[in-house]
Design a protein around this ligand. Structure first.
Ligand SMILES: Cc1ncc(C[n+]2csc(CCOP(=O)(O)OP(=O)(O)O)c2C)c(N)n1
Ligand SMILES: [Mg+2]
Length: 286
């Protein structure tokens, strides 16, 4: 069944707000991980706008679902949605990566309300999420942990060890989500270390695997719904996404992994994009 029209509009508006926050945060900082933050905007919107169980005023609520952003460099997109949903004051967003900030560039569970796992060293979040899901299963709770992994991150052998474990133990309350934006730090994933078919690999590992439009709220939501209906098998969603999604300048920029705001072209492109997103927000969802 398709999502209610109002809900979809609400999620699309949330995505626009997150995208605008990411641009503003990085512009204020003067640099940062743009491409991989923008590619998970719609995912964050669906998770926090619809799928996740949480209490922003009580982030440690024992029955909450959890998120492990294993591709921790995309923290800005996560911080934005946490602020939009009231986990902390929006003013914090503009302290990104400052000395003493509660929002370091990579997530730290001891610093930020709503962050359940410290990440940034690629690969490690996969094992952490596997452990969390094991705990959920042992405690017989119906909680979920959403594990977000980058396609370049899959170069880390640790991912495959964790996936084998998750599949073997049929930990279907660990929803493995791979952000397949086809690029990593310094090139395309194909050039740097060809992943071949991620979908075939995950299937071969034993996962119920779906590949969906990665920057489409409805497609992501439906994939999560289907994943939640799977019994007795691990689940994986591959987001066919765009690095830098939603901002044509950053989509087309080759080196869009980490950007510096050190020239007029990038500054103007960012200002124009912020203005456009702001107009959408002021007009409400279309
Ligand atoms: C263990 C480890 N090695 C290297 C890095 C440096 N690094 C940060 S991001 C990145 C590329 C990640 O690519 P991908 O997972 O595709 O992320 P995305 O495209 O979503 O930004 C690398 C190599 C790291 N953070 N951790
Ligand atoms: Mg990538």
């Amino acid at each position: 069944m398709n999502m209610e029209k109002d809900k979809l509009e609400e999620l699309k508006l949330l995505s626009v707000k997150i995208r605008k926050d990411v641009l503003e945060m990085l512009e204020k900082r003067g640099y940062g991980h743009m491409g991989g933050s923008l590619s998970i905007v719609e995912l964050m919107s669906v998770l926090y706008g619809k799928q996740l169980r949480y209490d922003a005023k009580n982030p440690d609520w024992e029955e909450r679902d959890m998120v492990v952003l294993s591709k921790g460099h995309s923290g800005p997109a996560w911080y934005s949605v946490l602020a939009e949903k009231g986990f902390f004051d929006r003013e914090w967003l503009f302290t990104l990566n400052d000395g003493g900030t509660k929002l370091p560039s990579h997530p730290d569970r001891l610093k930020t309300p709503g962050v359940d796992m410290t990440t940034g060293s690629l690969g490690q979040g996969t094992s952490a999420a596997a452990g969390i899901a094991t705990g959920f299963k042992m405690n017989k709770t119906d909680q979920y942990v959403y594990l977000i992994v980058g396609d370049g991150e899959l170069n880390e052998g640790q991912c495959w060890e964790a996936f084998q474990y998750i599949a073997h133990y049929k930990l279907n309350h660990c929803v493995v989500i791979i952000d397949d934006n086809k690029k990593q730090l310094d090139g395309t994933t194909k050039e740097v270390m060809n992943p071949f078919s991620i979908e075939n690999k995950m299937k071969a590992f034993g996962f119920y695997t779906q590949t969906v439009k990665g920057n489409d709220e409805e497609a992501i939501d439906e994939a999560i719904n289907r994943a939640k209906n799977v019994k007795d098998q691990a689940v994986c969603i591959i987001l066919d996404s765009i690095k830098g999604a939603g901002v044509p300048y950053f989509e087309q920029l080759d080196a869009n992994h980490s950007v510096k705001f050190n020239n007029d072209t990038i500054k103007k492109a960012t200002k124009d994009a912020i203005k456009e997103l702001d107009e959408f927000i002021k007009g409400g969802a279309r």
